[in-house]
Design a binder for this molecule. Sequence first.
Ligand SMILES: Nc1ncnc2c1ncn2[C@@H]1O[C@H](COP(=O)(O)OP(=O)(O)OP(=O)(O)O)[C@@H](O)[C@H]1O
Length: 279
Amino acid sequence: MNVNQQALSRPSMALSVSGLAFGFPGERLLFDNLSFELRDGEFVSLLAASGLGKTTLFRLLSGLLPAERGTIRIGTDGMDIAHAARDGRIGYMPQRDGLMPWRTVLDNAAIGLELRGAPRKAARSKVLELLPSMGLAGTERKYPHELSGGMRQRVSFLRSLLGGGELLLLDEPFGALDAMTRASMQDWLLHAWEQHRKTVLFVTHDVDEALLLSDRVLVASRTPVASFRELAVALPRPRRHSLVMDPAFIELKRQLLRLYEHAEQAERNDVPESEAHPR
Ligand SMILES: Nc1ncnc2c1ncn2[C@@H]1O[C@H](COP(=O)(O)OP(=O)(O)OP(=O)(O)O)[C@@H](O)[C@H]1O
């Protein structure tokens, strides 16, 4: 059974957003009556133009900002976001790695566990155990400035992973990397996700990246975001970067670009969302 089939045969929800509305004070709404769900164990990407509110959505989903209206529920038990955030059920990896420059790799990665109450020694030995599988063997005593951009992102990912959240929010983690490093980080993330199978919501501007990593891609076209258009990515797993050359991948890319173009066209012509969906 592949991962897509597993996700479908496990319909329990990891995230359930209903009727979400939010705008910054004095600004127009970014989200208006937005509803969507992530199934347990799914990898879903969100593809949207800059400034549409992706980072703001992540801040809402991680309980850092309160919604104006609507509900956000986490996990199969449907826990309210405020409680879930307090219980550390959401792992948020921001665009910049956010590592503390005065802490070593070992101590940066261990923070997630320490915040959950693990003794420092136990947290460190867990990190040491996982560093090789993250491609970070031998870096434990290094400081962030001694690492490459890709290595820093891996430490940041490990910290989020060890935070124990069942839902990982990854905000364009590879945006600042060069193309070659980005491709190898995508392979690395695919491998790490196959091992840990967390539910992931991943923000990216990159169509290839969204398709390569995801079970579904959500597309947003205009503010306020009232709904997402959606493309299911029924490509087999495990996947690796070389998949981008596959005819099935190229066909999905065509479909996704068309979905995106229709969305933009609808925005320019101010066509109602319901009429803008491509057939
Ligand atoms: N604290 C804030 N106060 C007021 N407006 C804000 C605040 N934070 C963000 N905004 C505005 O909200 C909108 C959405 O910002 P956000 O950072 O969520 O977009 P984004 O889609 O993540 O952008 P990008 O892809 O460029 O990172 C922008 O117009 C931004 O200027």
